[in-house]
Structure formats: structure tokens, C-alpha cells
Design a protein around this ligand. Structure first.
Ligand SMILES: [Zn+2]
Ligand SMILES: [Zn+2]
Length: 272
């Protein structure tokens, strides 16, 4: 088994990768299954760019591709949903029961964008990290309509503080992360391992191995793997290395999703 559960096609504003090109690259690499997870960010806080998808058009394109490639690869209807505390109702309406797999991601916090750095203004590094984590905690306590939290510690990628500290280095941050993970586990949700994270310092995916170890220790079982590719050359990047590290931590299985329900696959069968 070999699958990539975080991929962006041209339906995402920040991706040039045609859906067909994406699928054909995945087939060529020998993937058995992919989830296409384009961006839908309601009330995104950077006015210069919009991350919204016409759902009917997106789903119809996905269905067309599912059919066209049905003998070559399984394609799941996914979405990367930007979550914020004030948009739960709109998120629920959008998701309805139309998707196989939903990644809930934080691209904003406190109604400010992370990527364009608005969120960080006036905060020290750890203030920003802790405020971000408190937002994540508030959302996971109240919001249910997703399967995994995307790139949980993405905050370390964006603040321009010089160092890219692991969030587990700070006691208060580590305590909030533990509370976040407990809620996720208790609600039968999961997290993703996002291998785009290696771009930060070459050492860790998102979240870091330290956070993944804590998730395992707390009883976390639902784990997906995704490359967050916006171009064909990044599909399944560092999956072999990452799956070995996950096994060292003690994870035995990775999940795929069907109609929002997890199916588990042995990591030892996961190979390029
Ligand atoms: Zn994202
Ligand atoms: Zn993404």
C-alpha cells in the first residue's frame, strides 16, 4: 500500500498543478491511492487572495477523474478546510456529507493570517506560538466536522523569529499540545503527518516527531500521511524515511478514509 493524503490541484489558488497531471504523476510513482485536498478557506483574512472552491464543479471533476482512472488508482474526494472559531456553521454547510476526507487546517488565528505574518505583529515568538495553540485548542473542543488536523505545528514555519523552535521546548506550549491531542483522541479524530514540514529545518515533518511521540503516548491511533504537494515533483516526498521513523515511535498503522470513516493499513506494508 502506498498513498498520499494531502495534495493540491489547480482548484487551489496557490497550485498550478492540473488535476490530471497530478493523478498521472501519482500513477507513475506507483501510488495505490490519493486524496485530493484542495483549499477552501472561508473568510480568509488576506484580502489580496481568495481560497474558495466551487464545490459542485470540484466534486464533478473529481468524479470524472475517479472514473477515468479507476483501473489505475483510487482517488478520494478530499478538502483542506481552513477552520476558524467564527465560521463553524458555514464549514458544516460546505462539508455536508459530500467528502471522503476532510483536513482541518489553521492558516489563520485570531482572525489574522499566518502566511502573510499579520498574526505575529506585536507578539514575541512564544506569545505567538501559545496564542496560536490556544486557538487550535478552542477549535478542536468545539468543532467536529473533519477527520484530521493538518500541519498541527505550522506556526513554527511562519513567524520570522530567526530560530524555528520545536513547540515542545516550551512547557506551557507542550501542555496545551497535550490537551489538544487528548481532545482529538477522545473525539475519534486524528492528525496528519505532513512531509512538507521538512522544508523548515530538514529534520521534522509537521507536526514534529516530538509531538508525534506524545500523540502515540496519549493513545493516538488515527494518523494520515500527506506531502502537501503543489507540484508533481513533491508528491510523496520523504515518505519512506517518514514511515520508518513512525514505526520507530511505535505507530503500526496509517489511515485512509472512505466517506469520512477510517480504514487502517500496516505501515510495514507501506513502501515506495
Ligand atoms: Zn495548509
Ligand atoms: Zn495543503
Amino acid at each position: 500500500m502506498f498513498f498520499d493524503y494531502h495534495l493540491h490541484s489547480h482548484f487551489s489558488t496557490d497550485s498550478q498543478m492540473n488535476m490530471k497531471e497530478l493523478i498521472e504523476s501519482a500513477v507513475e510513482m506507483g501510488l495505490d491511492e490519493i486524496a485530493i485536498t484542495d483549499h477552501h478557506d472561508i473568510d480568509y483574512k488576506d484580502d489580496t487572495i481568495e481560497f474558495l472552491i466551487d464545490k459542485a464543479q470540484y466534486l464533478s471533476e473529481l468524479e470524472k477523474m475517479q472514473n477515468k482512472y479507476k483501473d489505475k488508482i483510487k482517488i478520494k474526494k478530499g478538502i483542506e478546510l481552513g477552520v476558524q472559531l467564527h465560521i463553524f456553521e458555514q464549514c458544516n454547510q460546505y462539508i455536508a456529507d459530500d467528502f471522503d476526507f476532510v483536513i482541518a487546517s489553521f492558516h489563520t488565528a485570531e482572525k489574522k493570517d499566518l502566511y502573510n505574518r499579520d498574526f505575529f505583529a506585536g507578539y514575541s515568538q512564544w506569545e505567538a506560538y501559545i496564542r496560536y495553540l490556544k486557538t487550535v485548542y478552542a477549535v478542536v473542543k468545539a468543532y467536529e466536522n473533519y477527520n484530521v488536523i493538518g500541519h498541527l505545528d505550522i506556526i513554527r514555519d511562519y513567524g520570522d523569529y530567526g530560530s524555528k523552535a520545536d513547540l515542545m521546548e516550551n512547557q506551557e506550549a507542550a501542555e496545551i499540545i497535550a490537551e489538544i491531542l487528548k481532545v482529538i483522541i477522545q473525539k475519534n479524530k486524528g492528525i496528519e503527518v505532513n512531509t512538507a514540514g521538512y522544508r523548515i529545518d530538514g529534520r521534522d515533518p509537521m507536526p514534529s516527531f516530538k509531538i508525534l511521540r506524545l500523540y502515540k503516548d496519549l493513545g493516538g491511533k488515527i494518523l494520515t500521511i500527506g506531502s502537501d504537494s503543489h507540484s508533481p515533483d513533491k508528491i510523496a516526498r520523504k515518505f519512506s524515511y517518514t514511515s520508518k521513523k513512525l514505526q520507530e515511535i511505535g505507530f503500526k498503522e496509517l489511515a485512509t478514509f472512505n466517506n469520512m470513516q477510517p480504514e487502517f493499513h500496516k505501515i510495514e506494508d507501506f513502501a515506495l
